[in-house]
Design a protein around this ligand. Sequence first.
Ligand SMILES: Nc1ncnc2c1ncn2[C@@H]1O[C@H](COP(=O)(O)OP(=O)(O)OP(=O)(O)O)[C@@H](O)[C@H]1O
Length: 123
Amino acid sequence: MSKKFSVLARLKSFKFALKGLWHVVQHEHNFRVHLFATLLVLLLGFYLNLSVFEWLWIVAAIAMVLVAELFNSSIEKLVDLVSPDFNPKAAIIKDIAAAAVLITAITAVVIGTIIFYPYFFNS
Ligand SMILES: Nc1ncnc2c1ncn2[C@@H]1O[C@H](COP(=O)(O)OP(=O)(O)OP(=O)(O)O)[C@@H](O)[C@H]1O
């Protein structure tokens, strides 16, 4: 039987999610780099007064990279738990997760270039 809905339990889930986020902020250097890049992009966006449409793309790109980084960190932790010793399968699992982050980061750079380029190089 399914459990009864509880607002308190939902709030607890939210607290756990924030705890996970804070852990990654504290311990994952790559995540901090992405957060710093996010801050710069947001500041530039406000400075250039982007349109709503442009903001939608920027926000989606930022979320895509941060979410990929969170999944990557989570997969790394899981691999370290189940395979603390060297294992070629562990290596490829981590490499694939890292590749996912790379793809999202490249896509975000492309989106950012398409949006910001005209503000700097079109007359
Ligand atoms: N248990 C393991 N067995 C085999 N290879 C591993 C293992 N753990 C990590 N590696 C290899 O080392 C790479 C980096 O692993 P690590 O867990 O340090 O990732 P990382 O956290 O991305 O590094 P960073 O600390 O810079 O974020 C992996 O992509 C993988 O190729």
